[in-house]
Design a protein around this ligand. Structure first.
Ligand SMILES: *Cc1c(COP(=O)(O)O)cnc(C)c1O
Length: 331
């Protein structure tokens, strides 16, 4: 299978906003857009998106994983960016429709169908720098993805940066391209200078998250992570892992913690990144001020492996789903 993000199905769901209304959901071939050079998003970054997955189980059933959470987050992102957005029911049905249209292109587990709902401003007006776009496009692109870890689960080397900002305090919970643009040069620099895979942003010394995944520390029977205070993305995977961790007997603590506490506890514990694409990825090394600290024995720890397996079993359809996270395809 092609690298994650480079292969797409042949159809997508689309909805156009103009003159104060949405056109309604339509299914079109995946083809390039024709955009005027003055298109709002190209100048003023009026854009947000989501990322979620649909799975085909061994029995051939198709379900989406917690689509309601992704819809709620998209509604919030759009509101913060003053972007017009379809209503909740339309967004939910856009996801089901996008999956149904390409049902026969969904790889069996551990593969899945990755959905990328995207919303962007299309008004043709470079004078609209300080005013919301009056036109927009919403679409759901889908991508068949293979096993993210076909090559094995290699623990990451992560730079801990106590100065750089990933986002602003207002936009940390908004899934928008602007946050990725702001974080990118930090990640590239960490890769070039330290051979790091990711940057853990900890502005002012408070540990937040990486450029595209939430961060958890597990040590001495406790799972510690930053609370949802608007500065980090409210990850659906984060929420799922916290729920499973509490049920498995870990004490789940959401509070601010600093780099000093992280580096003190990490050698005796485990650390991991959570996100839809990779579920849970272990962190093997933390690099701060040029000094490398090994997390546990540098390999994936027992809690990380247990929680990852549990979540994967729910997603694959082999475990019970007491929380109703699997939503059967209904289109
Ligand atoms: C998308 C994203 C996550 C992960 O969210 P999930 O809902 O778990 O996929 C975490 N942090 C950032 C900055 C993100 O953009």
């Amino acid at each position: 299978m092609a690298a994650f993000g480079t292969e797409f199905t042949d159809k997508m769901v689309i909805n156009h906003y103009a003159d104060g209304q949405w056109s309604g959901l339509d299914v079109v071939p995946v083809e390039p857009f024709r955009l005027h050079p003055a298109t709002h998003v190209l100048h003023y970054a009026s854009e947000c998106f989501e990322g979620l997955k649909a799975y085909r189980t061994a029995e051939g059933n198709i379900h989406l994983f917690r689509p309601d959470r992704h819809v709620a987050r998209l509604l919030n992102s759009a509101a913060q960016l003053l972007l017009p957005v379809p209503d909740e029911a339309t967004l939910v049905s856009s996801l089901h429709r996008a999956v149904a249209e390409v049902k026969d292109q969904i790889p069996a587990y551990p593969g899945s169908l990755y959905l990328r709902p995207t919303l962007f401003g299309t008004e043709e007006d470079i004078g609209a720098a300080a005013r919301p776009t009056q036109k927009a496009i919403y679409y759901v692109l889908t991508s068949p993805v293979g096993d993210y870890f076909a090559g094995g689960l290699k623990p990451l080397r992560v730079k801990v940066d106590h100065e750089a900002q990933r986002s602003t305090p207002e936009f940390g919970a908004v899934k928008t391209g602007g946050n990725y643009a702001a974080a990118m040069r930090q990640v590239v620099r960490a890769r070039e200078e330290l051979g790091a895979d990711q940057v853990l942003f900890a502005p002012g010394g408070i540990v937040q998250e990486t450029g595209a995944a939430n961060f958890v520390l597990i040590e001495n029977g406790e799972l510690l992570t930053k609370p949802l205070d608007g500065s980090i993305l409210p990850g659906v995977t984060r929420d799922s892992i916290l729920t499973l961790a509490a049920e498995a007997g870990l004490k789940v603590t959401e509070r601010d913690f600093n780099v000093t506490e992280l580096l003190e506890r990490a050698p005796n514990g485990e650390a991991a990144l959570t996100g839809t694409a990779a579920v849970l990825t272990p962190v093997g090394e933390l690099v701060h001020n040029g000094v490398t600290t090994q997390v546990g024995n540098g390999e994936m720890g027992p809690w990380s492996s247990k929680l990852r397996d549990q979540l994967c079993s729910i997603q694959s359809g082999t475990a019970d789903d007491p929380h109703g996270w699997r939503v059967a395809l209904n289109a």
